[in-house]
Design a protein around this ligand. Sequence first.
Ligand code: ATP
Ligand code: MG
Length: 717
Amino acid sequence: MNADLLAGLNPEQLRAVTWPAKSALVLAGAGSGKTRVLTTRIAWLLSTGQASPAAILGVTFTNKAAREMQTRLSAMLPVNTRTMWIGTFHGLCNRMLRIHYRDAGLPQTFQIMDPGEQSSAIKRLLKILDVSDEKFPPKAVAAFINGNKEAGRRAGELSAHDSYTRKLIEIYAAYDAQCNREGVVDFAELLLRCYELLSRNAALAEHYRNRFRHILVDEFQDTNLLQYAWLRLLAGSDAALFAVGDDDQSIYAFRGAEVGNMRSLLADYGIEGPVRLEQNYRSVGNILTAANALIEKNDGRLGKNLWTDAGEGEPIRLYEAYSDGDEAEFVCDEVKALVREGWNLSDMAVLYRSNAQSRALEHALVNAGLAYRIYGGLRFFERQEIKHAMAYLRLVSNPDDDNALLRVINVPARGIGARSVENIQTLSREQGVSLWQATCGASGGRSAGKVAAFVLLIEELRAKVELLTLAEMISLIIDRSGLRALYEADRKEGEERLANLDELINAAAGFMPDDPAQEMVEFLTAASLEAGEHQADAGSDALQLMTVHAAKGLEFDAVFVSGLEEGLFPHENSLNDSKGLQEERRLMYVAVTRARKRLYLSSAQSRMLHGQSRYPIRSRFVDEIPQELVHELAGKKAPQRAPAKAPWLTEAMPAWASPKGGDYGGFHIGQSVGHAKFGIGMVVSAEGSGSDVRLQINFAEHGMKWLDLRYAKLTAQ
Ligand code: ATP
Ligand code: MG
């Protein structure tokens, strides 16, 4: 088994995988097998009996990467990877805090606030403190708080010479007090709280130090100071801290990541020098040469060589569109051509610097009837109706969650006016109790009866927790809260919102908790973590759309890097700042190195962005790629064509939309289907298998919907 595990590794990879039980840093460029080395090392440690599954702590950058690592491990070894501690920093800290919630000073049902919720919590606080949000914009306050948390600093440890910073520190302290009162934690707090838990509790830290003998970290270049400190606490002086990373792919400096952690790791653990991997297994020669040429323009690099024996491959294709719409059509045309040649949609990705760019692309893809999936964007759980329903669920789980209470106390409108809410807030402040407690105690006033009815509603729901499944609970919430009636009465958007709420019930029905007794809390946690992570699941055969940030660590046969324009990529905020520009260049390096075989670069001469037409010039990054590697494709000069007819109106399905062995509960991508309520539509994407299949359908009159085949009745057309 060992021989099999190690077969195919090159000598440096083998050296890294079989590194003795001591700390190491693998420093290597994109596609050189860092992630593969990390996964193989875990398998090797387990299969040689050097470590038990419980002794491993694996840190990945995204939840998706963690799941992938677990899948690969289970394929290599007969171990139950679900119980292993493999996850993101946030996920692992959350897990530890759930176990030791008392020691951490948290309620058992503490909830996680995603960045959007944090921002509304700050707005609420500023109001209470009577601080102008023009002078102290919530965004800036959040950045101040998060930045300090990520550096491990509490408000009490800060001092200031100017009154502005003094005020910020005051707000920080009040914010922490508010979070504690409400039993909620933001993302940065997860880490800081866990760090403090371990640093203040010697016995507990000792317990974990004895347990995790091997700590393995992927994408180490993007760890921040607090994350590194957390790792050091857990590693102590004995554990083997095995980190892999690439300074050229450090793309989170804006969020406090520190490439300097690599140098610190070498010094702190007496590591003689990094292990270097130099062979790239991902990309053909032209792509690799382009990436190397590009990143050479940065200074202060730790320096690396990367080569491939894959041959030059095809030239890099460059397309200069006359508009963003033309660019999007170009992408669609090329994708269709590749599909005709036999490529899978899911092996292709379209990358963009900024989320707003996806709109034009989506529009063209829908017109072309191409199945696609957007990774990221705060999709499902960001929608208004879902947030409302989830706020009720939060209240059921923990009524002291003030954010949740404020969100729904008068949604749907039940006659509790702003004045009454303010009274409740005053009461809560004066008595030092949560809004819920204040609401229960509120009496008198014009809306006293209505407030009492709201309290009754929440109490009625809470009383049913033990009796109902999670899906039944959510269904009850939607009915009893009045949300269903609210959207049923909404002719414009109601239908879609109701479909989304039904989808939430489906999601709850399909949710698999680790601990059934904690199902509700786990569901709420999973929703918050999903919403905060700009990444979604792969699976069905669909074109992948994502920001460059979200593409880190991934690879695709064909990659389109779109919007290569000054001000967009590099981003306008970086144009006058050499540090910022170098980070943008690393981002471009990440984008280019995602491609295995074919790379497209595109730009547009005019683009609609934030509601305005812009006429940008082509990105400098295009010119930094040696021109002999590039083949420029002729652009279209004609004005934009009329939008294509909706695909379900064409007589025959085009060849590229025919099923490619993909059967999803009797349906396939590209098929026309009928639904009693939504009418006729086309299946554009699917996920799941067996009895658990969800189809994404583009309905002629109702737009895109995800439907669960267990519930939705579809007919083939
Ligand atoms: P990134 O910096 O982008 O995260 P990475 O260094 O983590 O890249 P991997 O994703 O581990 O690189 O590997 C890149 C590709 O090369 C993967 O498809 C992997 O399976 C393949 N690969 C790595 N090592 C070998 C090898 N020795 N033989 C064949 N293929 C390999
Ligand atoms: Mg990797």
